[in-house]
Write a protein that binds this ligand. Sequence first.
Ligand SMILES: Nc1ccn([C@@H]2O[C@H](COP(=O)(O)OP(=O)(O)OP(=O)(O)O)[C@@H](O)[C@H]2O)c(=O)n1
Ligand SMILES: C[C@](O)(CO)[C@H](O)COP(=O)(O)O
Length: 243
Amino acid sequence: MARIAKYFGLVPAGGAGRRFGGSIPKQYAMLGAKTVLEHSVEALLADPRVEKVFVVVASDDSTALALFRGNSQVTCLPLGGQERVNSVLNGLNHLLENLLVGETDWVLVHDAARPGLSAAALKSLIDQGSEHIAGALLAVPVADTLKRTSLAQEGEVIAQHTVPRDHLWAAQTPQMFRAQALSMAISECLYKGAQLTDDASAIETLGIGPLIVPGHVENMKITQAEDLRTVARLLGLHQENFE
Ligand SMILES: Nc1ccn([C@@H]2O[C@H](COP(=O)(O)OP(=O)(O)OP(=O)(O)O)[C@@H](O)[C@H]2O)c(=O)n1
Ligand SMILES: C[C@](O)(CO)[C@H](O)COP(=O)(O)O
């Protein structure tokens, strides 16, 4: 009898938050009464099918360990790498090599910096992604006109031409794929020198397109400092301060 696939979260949380600035990495900034990371992890656990969440942190990061101490559904892995893709692959391979995740189990890779994921969007992703051979990702359709730009001598950003936006979607996370397939796809891409900013792009190189499942604005990524206030407003959270 075929083994029923399980679902696990994998949260890359090993970034330095350079664009965000501040004294601490953005995943540890307070958003309401909890850290950004706690919101993102709890958002993944909102679906009962997600059995456990593995958080990949920088090798010298003890903050996450303290945050989730005693929580049997969350395990921190000090396996952060140079880039997001390295953190994802390091975590994924650790889980596979230690049989913590089966080769055909689903792994939902979700940015620590996306605390606003809704339970409804997560449910849709799992419901629909589980039925699609190449997995799935949340994304939102591009609504703005897009410009390809150049930098002028004084540093001004100049619009050069407009990029057609039909069939353009902005990828969010979670992005869900079979564990072994994702590991192999990422490894192959890195071996070939590809620069991967998300997980779906590795799967796409296999010639099989992941399914796009509509995301939502509250699931935006906290990148710049002002994004923290924006997400707090979108989630109706009171912000005592912005650290
Ligand atoms: N070496 C890295 C870089 C990023 N991430 C994680 O990947 C997610 C998305 O990355 P990004 O928003 O770029 O975060 P940072 O790399 O921290 O931001 P910056 O590029 O501004 O430094 C974040 O949850 C971040 O913690 C990671 O696990 N390991
Ligand atoms: C994975 C991602 O959030 C999808 O949009 C995005 O690619 C992460 O980019 P970052 O530069 O690592 O934040």
